[in-house]
Design a protein around this ligand. Sequence first.
Ligand code: GDP
Ligand code: MG
Length: 178
Amino acid sequence: MNDVKLALLGSPGAGKSAVLVRFLTRRFIGEYASNANSLYHKRLSVDGRQLNLEVFDPCSQGSGARRVLEEPMDWADGFLVVYNISDRASFSNAKTLLRQIREARVEHCKGEVEVPVCLVGNKQDLCHARQVPADEGRCLAQENRCLFQEVSAAESYQDISILFTQLIRQVLEQLKQR
Ligand code: GDP
Ligand code: MG
């Protein structure tokens, strides 16, 4: 059985925990404890293949993201970089994170391995307060050769399920090549 390890990155409040909990439980609860790093486990099957999924959800305060980026190009097989479409600052932070992932990737893997990444524009339901056009997200993802999906953890399971599945597929492809 394959182990697939993903890490969530993004500004505090972007909705990392909400996106993850929606994927794992199909539910939106509303408030998520943010004072501790959490590691979630789930068994699932993708394309008929059984796997153990582990997802690292860093605490919102402080520098969880930095730590994830420092050790764990070794740890994580793939990353979800989450921003809030109604918060431009979170998009700028996502840009920085994508760059840091690319740099860490070059440092740790000498550029040989492309770590699968999905850029996630969350809170699509807040489109009346949108600060980041979907096209901008799409362009940033293209520049970084990563997946892109806008989602609403509050309103929909479907898109989140699709993006996790796509990312896991890419990770499984990579694990096969190692
Ligand atoms: P994190 O710090 O990135 O883990 O963010 P959280 O998952 O804790 O979410 C931060 C806040 O945004 C919480 O109040 C959530 O209820 C809210 N939130 C998360 N996702 C959505 C969404 O898709 N739409 C809306 N309207 N609110 C959301
Ligand atoms: Mg959180």
